[in-house]
Design a protein around this ligand. Structure first.
Ligand SMILES: NC(=O)c1ccc[n+]([C@@H]2O[C@H](COP(=O)([O-])OP(=O)(O)OC[C@H]3O[C@@H](n4cnc5c(N)ncnc54)[C@H](OP(=O)(O)O)[C@@H]3O)[C@@H](O)[C@H]2O)c1
Length: 275
């Protein structure tokens, strides 16, 4: 499907979320994150993924304001950390994130991790925050099908997004199908396997055939599956490289080949054990 750098997924509450964003986990202290976000805006990105855990919401917010790009043209995601679950704590944590970002609203506020016992109460607070205009959309992260079923049984408000680890080496097709059938947009984190699989021979040989890099093939693979994708880089050249994925399409044959690389291979925590 034809896409451009500003192509957006329409979430279940009607708001639009650009398919490609910049992840800023470990983008660096001081000016590291701010520079990365600035390079991303120069390259045409309009979507940034941060979290209170990353400790760089302030730098993200500063880069947004300094860019002079109208706020409504930029999509900012941040996340509620585990120690902030529970109704009142969630409200306070969101207000704290808004203060750190120094922005009037968050586009997408996510529960970072399905914390036992408290997550449904937390979801109630997320709904209140959205009603209050503090965030335009709410969602979850690291939710398995089991966690989603529990939430859906408890609440009439369906998460707009589920952000999970996802790559050709962790092709969670059942989760993708489940999300799709419930109107939940899947979003891929660690889409480059943190760089660990970029030299896999199947990826490098496909990349060579398309005249693209391994990273570009892995990002394009997510886009071909209609998945929002947030590769992280703090390096100007690689930030531009990761956005240069809209001038080609992967054939059905090569997509099937990439799909077949799945080895349930994770580089982050596995949430399937989260009670
Ligand atoms: N919800 C969650 O629990 C969760 C968990 C993890 C991540 N995330 C989000 O997802 C984002 C992305 O995931 P991630 O940071 O774990 O991993 P990733 O995007 O898969 O990989 C990032 C690594 O790849 C390198 N890299 C980037 N572009 C490259 C390229 N074109 N060629 C070669 N190497 C390249 C980066 O180094 P350089 O910076 O030096 O380029 C960095 O070391 C995070 O930043 C964060 O926003 C969310």
């Amino acid at each position: 499907m034809k896409k451009t750098l500003t192509s957006a997924a329409r979430l279940n509450n009607g708001i639009e979320m650009p398919y490609l964003g910049l992840g800023v986990y470990l983008a660096g202290p001081g000016s590291g994150t701010e520079n990365a976000v600035q390079y991303a805006f120069e390259a045409g990105y309009r979507h940034i993924d941060t979290a209170s855990l990353y400790g760089n919401e302030r730098e993200v917010g500063r880069a947004v304001r300094n860019s002079r790009i109208p706020r409504e043209e930029i999509f900012i995601t941040t996340k509620l950390w585990n120690s902030d679950h529970g109704y009142n704590r969630t409200i306070t944590a969101c207000e704290e994130s808004l203060r750190e970002l120094n922005l009037p609203y968050i586009d997408l506020y996510l529960i970072h991790w399905p914390v036992e016992n408290l997550r449904n109460e937390t979801w109630e607070a997320m709904i209140a925050l959205q009603k209050d205009g503090k965030c335009r959309a709410i969602g979850v992260s690291n939710y398995t099908i089991r966690h989603l079923e529990e939430l859906l049984a408890d609440s009439p408000v369906v998460p707009a997004v589920n952000q999970v680890e996802f790559s050709p080496f962790l092709y969670q097709k059942d989760l993708l199908d489940f999300c799709r059938s419930h109107g939940i947009q899947l979003e891929a984190y660690s889409p480059l396997t943190r760089g660990k699989k970029l030299n896999h021979p199947a990826i490098t040989s496909i990349a060579a055939r398309y005249g693209k890099t391994s990273a570009q093939i892995m990002i394009r693979w997510s886009l071909e599956h209609e998945i929002v994708v947030i590769p992280k880089s703090a390096n100007k050249r690689r930030i531009y490289e990761n956005a240069d994925v809209f001038d080609f399409e992967i054939t059905h044959e090569d997509l099937a080949l990439l799909d077949s690389l799945n080895k349930d291979c994770r580089f982050d925590w596995d949430p399937s054990g989260a009670p």
